[in-house]
Design a binder for this molecule. Structure first.
Ligand code: LP5
Ligand code: MN
Length: 252
């Protein structure tokens, strides 16, 4: 995919009806994105705390988030969405209603800088956590199309209860896991950079905002990690037309 103009990247907003403060922050961020004439907004997963299927769009909170996105799209910003581990069930119906284009789990964003071209690798980040084998097994199961059709065929109320139970299980499981297991695996990062040919990676998921420099055989790569959004936490990354990158602090 080719990017022209300024692009912004966010992830792990975990929006829910229970957190109106985060929805208000999101609305303000989108308004600023429009006012700043940002060309492209990339949402790199976990926009929602949990998404149980596009047939839940009628729910007032979901409809509100959808219309906020639609407004930005109508104002001329291109919107792209990559699935996270909380909202991998977002499908075409939501994408169409919100005015966004869905991306695969790993994407190369090319930008023209001067005479040359640079490319940014974007991911949610969960696939880089290869040491978290329980999570990877779980991921394989829920990303299976047959499993997803079965799940989506169940009544909304049942799905909602299942998702809440799963969030509980996940909270209990992550309490038991070490911080190292839940971070990215260094070799998985290197392999992703080498295979893509990119020298800049932007991802979220780990909730450990930062920028790491990684020495590769033919130069140094940058791994930029987005923050999750919570009380006193939250950010966006902005890449200018010239390719410079800056972190926008959105914490309130
Ligand atoms: O999101 P976060 O940071 O808290 O934790 C993740 C991993 N957890 C998850 C689970 C999500 O939180 C739950 C998403 C619910 C919304 C989707 C609804 C639609 C599907 C409903 C399915 C029934 O992704 C966590 C990682 C952590 O990141 C760090 O990387 O460690 O992984 C886990 O906690 C997974 C457990 O280790 C293993 C799974 C235990 C539950 C098994 C129940 C099986 C349910 C049947 C599914 C086929
Ligand atoms: Mn995540």
């Amino acid at each position: 995919m080719r990017k022209t103009g300024t692009a912004r990247f966010v992830s792990d907003l975990h929006l829910s009806a229970e957190r109106p403060d985060l929805t208000a922050r999101f609305a303000a961020f989108l308004a600023d994105t429009a006012a700043s004439k940002v060309t492209t907004l990339f949402i790199l997963g976990d926009l929602f705390d949990a998404w149980i299927g596009d047939d839940d769009l009628a729910q007032p909170f979901n409809a509100e988030v959808c219309s906020l996105l639609r407004k930005l799209s109508d104002q001329g910003t291109q919107l792209f969405f990559m699935a996270g581990n909380r909202d991998f069930l977002i499908g075409d119906r939501f994408a169409q209603a919100a005015g966004l284009q869905r991306l695969d789990d790993m994407e190369r964003v090319c930008e023209k800088v001067g005479a040359g071209e640079t490319a940014i690798l974007i991911m949610h980040g969960d696939t880089l956590c290869t040491d978290d084998t329980d999570y990877q097994a779980f991921r394989q199961q829920v990303r299976n199309p047959a499993w997803q059709s079965d799940f989506l065929a169940r009544p909304l109320a049942e799905r909602r209860a299942e998702a809440a139970a799963l969030r509980q299980k996940s909270r209990a499981a992550t309490k038991e896991k070490s911080q190292i297991i839940m971070d990215v695996n260094a070799e998985a990062v290197r392999q992703a950079l080498i295979a893509s040919g990119c020298r800049r990676l932007i991802h979220g998921h780990t909730h450990r905002p930062g920028c790491e420099h990684i020495a590769l055989a033919d130069g140094v790569a940058e791994r930029w990690v987005l923050s999750d959004w919570d009380t006193h936490r939250g950010d966006a990354l902005e890449v200018s037309t010239e390719g410079s990158i800056r972190r926008i602090d959105l914490a309130t």
